[in-house]
Write a protein that binds this ligand. Structure first.
Ligand code: ADP
Ligand code: ADP
Length: 230
């Protein structure tokens, strides 16, 4: 089944920058997809369109059967429940504990207290951070903070995890650990889309590679390689 479909998608920012030009892509449920390409090529824009952080100027985007490009503002929060987003800079709430950061994502969708506690502990266990539940983000290493961000992204059982340079601020060993965590989540059935400059990971853990260059898809290969020197 097709989870994400983009058809002739274009994005021009208000200042006139053409970030994407004529993107066609199909991603099936359960896939693991890397998005690679030079800086400024359009990777973040491509990813932001998927969770309606940005709207396309032209074209159709269908996720799980819903036309998110045409979605009215009031339906966006509902759509985002099915999508977990992980950022390069983690974006944890600094005054909340690890537990509270993850629980917050469930409170937003009005889950009951009874549901929240066991589910938060379950995902903290999955990312191996149960013992840090009471810590504040700044008491954790970068890799641990990113694992909290991943726990928050998966706590509501999304169909899709979108990760924009999730290892961008991490050393190679910690990056591989974050990659293992994402692979684990993918094995449980969640689709993962990851924009990355991490050549080692892309070349060593072979998955589908979509390369974007100057706003167009330059390559789309199963078990592809990174293909750049940076
Ligand atoms: P990448 O993630 O591959 O580095 P981006 O999607 O961030 O690429 O950017 C693609 C192009 O769009 C670049 O030329 C960038 O400067 C431009 N761009 C990104 N965001 C905006 C914005 N909010 N307003 C104007 N131009 C933008
Ligand atoms: P801010 O601009 O203060 O960072 P945002 O509105 O971007 O706040 O996001 C609030 C929190 O929700 C952040 O911690 C962010 O990581 C998370 N978040 C934003 N958009 C999504 C999404 N589509 N799915 C999951 N989490 C999201």
């Amino acid at each position: 089944m097709c989870l994400i479909e983009m058809q002739d998608v274009w994005k021009t920012y208000p200042n006139g920058t053409v970030a994407l030009q004529g993107i066609d892509v199909h991603i099936k449920g359960g896939e693991f997809v890397y998005v690679v390409g030079p800086s400024g090529a359009g990777k973040s824009t491509f990813i932001k369109l998927m969770y309606r952080e940005e709207k396309p100027t032209k074209g159709e985007i269908v996720i799980n059967g819903s036309h998110i490009s045409r979605l009215k503002e009031r339906y966006i929060p509902h759509m985002r429940r099915k999508i977990g987003v992980v950022f390069q800079d983690f974006k944890l709430l600094p005054k909340l504990t690890v537990y509270e950061n993850v629980a917050f994502a469930m409170e937003v969708i009005e889950a009951s207290k009874k549901e929240i506690k066991p589910r938060v502990m379950e995902v903290l266990e999955l990312v191996r951070l149960k013992h840090k539940a009471r810590s504040l983000p700044d008491q954790l290493s970068g890799g641990e903070q990113q694992r909290v961000a991943i726990a928050r992204a998966i706590v509501n059982n999304p169909d899709l995890i979108i990760a924009d340079e999730p290892t961008g601020n991490l050393d190679p060993e910690t990056s591989m650990d974050i990659m293992e965590t994402l692979l684990d989540i993918n094995k449980r059935g969640t689709t993962v889309i990851m924009a990355t400059h991490n050549k080692e990971i892309v070349n060593n853990v072979r998955k589908r590679v979509i390369a974007i260059e100057a706003g167009r898809i330059a390559r789309d290969e199963q078990k592809g390689e990174y293909g750049y020197e940076d």
